[in-house]
Design a protein around this ligand. Structure first.
Ligand code: CA
Length: 221
């Protein structure tokens, strides 16, 4: 799941980037409004965390520009501005959620996870695959009987993306785009390796190969 973090406070940006990476997001950071707008137009993000007070271009203008251009990724505004009318302005500009500083990281993560789920699978309380549910906090598969299968960070990112797009053919390129960060060394052949590792953990039929097209996760009804 790719996330754009727009924050001009370098210390906060660094801390948040680490926390979000640990939580399983592929994170790109923009430190001013112009870079943020550009990245949001060019790259396919699954989520955006947007500060409002930014150099070069205010956060609200960036958000309005994305929405005017038909960029619909979920955006959570994270700002020190806590007046009710500022929140109203944020939602009117197209925000999906609004959290004020100071904040608890656990609340930010819970809100982002909820936004991501709402976006793809309406009202799904959790992601399930076979006998497991995907525990997003522990980045593991957990069965009813407590059996736990740990996932590496990349396995977790890849599986979550597949589970959020059931029945869709996902090309290796698209999976690479959503699993790795902007400046990562993106080798789409590596996806094959990770898909095989997930098959070893989940059974080989859960993720099907469409030759020449990509992979499909078929949810069981
Ligand atoms: Ca700021």
């Amino acid at each position: 799941m790719r996330l754009l973090l727009v924050e001009d406070d370098a210390t906060l940006a660094g801390q948040l980037r680490d926390t979000l990476r640990e939580a399983g997001f592929a994170v790109d950071v923009a430190e001013n409004g112009v870079d943020a707008e550009h990245l949001g137009m060019e790259e396919d993000y699954d989520l955006v965390v947007l500060d409002l007070g930014l150099p070069d271009k205010p956060g609200l203008d960036v958000l309005r520009a994305w929405r005017a251009a038909g960029r619909h990724m979920p955006v959570l505004i994270l700002t020190a501005r806590d007046a009710w009318y500022e929140k109203v302005d944020g939602f009117k500009a197209g925000a999906d959620d609004y959290l004020t500083k100071p904040f608890h990281v656990q609340e930010l993560l819970a809100r982002l996870q909820a936004l991501a789920r709402r976006q793809k699978v309406p009202a799904a309380p959790e992601l399930r695959v076979g006998k497991y549910r995907l525990d997003e906090d522990r980045q593991a598969l957990v069965a009813e009987d407590g059996e736990t299968v740990p996932l590496t960070r990349t396995e977790f990112r890849l599986l979550r993306y597949l589970l959020l797009h059931p029945g869709q053919v996902l090309s290796k390129t698209r999976l690479t785009e959503h699993v790795y960060e902007y400046d990562a060394d993106k080798d789409s052949n590596v996806i094959e390796v990770y898909v095989n590792r997930l098959r070893q953990k989940l059974g080989k039929d859960v993720i099907k190969t469409r030759r020449g097209q990509g992979y499909v996760y078929q949810a069981d009804e």
